[in-house]
Design a protein around this ligand. Structure first.
Ligand code: SF4
Length: 385
C-alpha cells in the first residue's frame, strides 16, 4: 500500500472493531463472535500492529474522531482498551478535542471498567439498551436486564461521562406500542445526550431470519413501525433534542461527530477484522475472519479485500444518498464546491420527480427529505443509485 494522504480536509475518522461478544443476540448479523475469548489477546496485538502499519502511511492526517465499536468492546478487559488508545496517541496525530466513543453493553460493564475508560480518554459512551422490558430483552437474546442497564448508566454518570448515547430498537417481534412508549418515556426520563432508534430489519443468516421463515415470529406491520418512529420523534423533540439524522436524536452540540463523517462522505480508516475504510478515493474492507486477520497482520500485511476505486459518479451518488439521511439534507453550495457543478446538472430530472411526489424539498441552499420522504427514504435513495 502506498502512503496515504487524506485529500481535501486532511482530517479523518478512525474506527476500531472489537468483534467479541458474551453471546450472540438473535437479530445480529454484525461481524461479532461469542466463545472466542482465547483470541482476545492475539487480536489486540494485531490491532496494535495494524495501527503501527498505518501510522507511517497516514502522513499529515489529523484524527478527529475515534470510534471503538463491535461486537462488545466493554466485554474485554478494560486494560486492552486503555492500551489501544495509548497506541493510537503514540502513532497518530489526534485533534485536541478528539471525540473518542466506545460502545458498551450492560452485563459487561462495571464501575472499575468505566473508571479505566474515563482515564484512558474515552469521552463518549454508547450503551446498547434496545428495550425496557426484561422479557423482551431475554427474547431477543440480550444478556442484560433493565436494572443492570440503569446501574451502569448511573455509574457512568458518577464516573463523569457527560456524553452518553442509548441505542434502542423498535419493530421487534411481539413489541407492542405500549412497550415502545414505556421504553421511549423511560429513556427520555434519564436525559441522555443522544439516542439512536433503529427500526428492526431481520437479516439473513440470523436466528430471527430462521424464525421468520418458519413462522415463529413475524415482522412488525409498516403502520405500527411508523407509529413507533413518530412517537420517539415527538418525545425526543419535545425534550429539546434535535432529530438530526433519520435514526438519531441529540441535544445541540452532542451529535455524533464520528457518524457525521460517514453521512458527509468524508474519509475514515477502519482498523480490525471486517472494518471498512474510505480514503483517497478508495473504499475497501479488512478480511472478516478473525484468525486470518491476526495471521496476516502479524506478518506485516493489512489484509484488505474489495478494494474499489470510487469514480466521480459514485462519489456524487454517495454524497447525496448519505447526506439525505441528515435532516438538514445536503447543501447545494457544498455540492458545487466539492464537484464543480450544480446538483441539477447531474440529477435535475430525479430532483424534479421527487419534489413533485412530495418526497424532497429545498429550503434555502439545502435539499432535504420531507416528512413523507423520511418514511419512504429508500424510494428516494434508489433514484440516485
Ligand atoms: S451485543 Fe451487539 S454485536 Fe454483540 S451480538 Fe448483540 S447486537 Fe451483535
Amino acid at each position: 500500500m502506498n502512503k496515504i494522504r487524506s485529500n481535501e480536509s486532511k482530517t479523518l475518522g478512525l474506527y476500531i472493531h472489537i468483534p467479541f461478544c458474551k453471546s450472540k443476540c438473535l437479530y445480529c448479523d454484525f461481524n461479532s463472535f461469542a466463545g472466542m475469548e482465547m483470541l482476545i489477546e492475539p487480536y489486540f496485538n494485531a490491532l496494535k500492529k495494524e495501527i503501527e502499519l498505518y501510522a507511517g502511511r497516514l502522513e499529515d492526517c489529523l484524527v478527529k474522531t475515534i470510534f471503538i465499536g463491535g461486537g462488545t468492546p466493554s466485554f474485554v478487559d478494560a486494560a486492552f482498551i486503555s492500551d489501544l488508545l495509548h497506541i493510537c496517541e503514540r502513532n497518530f496525530t489526534l485533534k485536541k478535542d478528539t471525540e473518542i466513543s466506545m460502545e458498551a453493553n450492560p452485563g459487561t460493564l462495571s464501575r472499575e471498567k468505566l473508571e479505566t475508560y474515563m482515564k484512558a480518554g474515552i469521552n463518549r459512551l454508547s450503551i446498547g439498551l434496545q428495550a425496557w422490558q426484561n422479557k423482551m430483552l431475554k427474547f431477543i437474546g440480550r444478556i442484560h436486564t433493565v436494572e443492570e442497564f440503569l446501574d451502569n448508566f448511573r455509574q457512568a454518570r458518577d464516573e463523569g461521562f457527560k456524553n452518553i448515547n442509548i441505542d434502542l430498537i423498535f419493530g421487534l417481534p411481539g413489541q407492542t406500542m405500549a412497550d415502545w412508549k414505556e421504553t421511549v418515556d423511560s429513556v427520555a426520563g434519564l436525559n441522555p445526550e443522544h439516542v439512536s432508534c433503529y427500526s428492526l430489519k431481520i437479516e439473513k443468516d440470523t436466528p430471527f431470519w430462521e424464525m421468520l421463515e418458519t413462522g415463529k415470529i413475524s415482522q412488525a406491520e409498516d403502520e405500527m413501525d411508523r407509529e413507533m418512529y413518530y412517537y420517539a420523534k415527538e418525545k425526543f423533540n419535545g425534550k429539546g433534542m434535535k432529530h438530526y439524522e433519520i435514526s438519531n436524536f441529540a441535544y445541540p452540540g452532542f451529535e455524533c461527530e464520528h457518524n457525521l463523517i460517514y453521512w458527509k462522505a468524508e474519509e475514515y480508516i477502519g482498523i480490525g477484522a471486517g472494518s471498512h475504510s474510505y480514503i483517497n478515493g478508495e473504499r475497501y474492507n479488512n478480511v472478516y475472519d478473525i484468525c486470518r486477520y491476526i495471521k496476516e497482520v502479524t506478518n506485516g500485511i493489512i489484509p484488505l479485500e474489495n478494494v474499489e476505486r470510487i469514480d466521480f459518479r459514485d462519489r456524487v451518488s454517495e454524497f447525496i444518498i448519505l447526506g439525505l439521511r441528515l435532516i438538514e439534507g445536503i447543501s447545494t453550495v457544498e455540492f458545487r464546491k466539492k464537484f464543480g457543478c450544480d446538483i441539477s446538472d447531474i440529477y435535475g430530472r430525479q430532483l424534479l420527480k421527487l419534489t413533485e411526489r412530495g418526497l424532497i424539498e429545498q429550503k434555502g441552499n439545502n435539499i432535504m427529505l420531507t416528512g413523507k420522504g423520511l418514511d419512504l427514504a429508500n424510494q428516494v435513495f434508489i433514484e440516485f443509485v
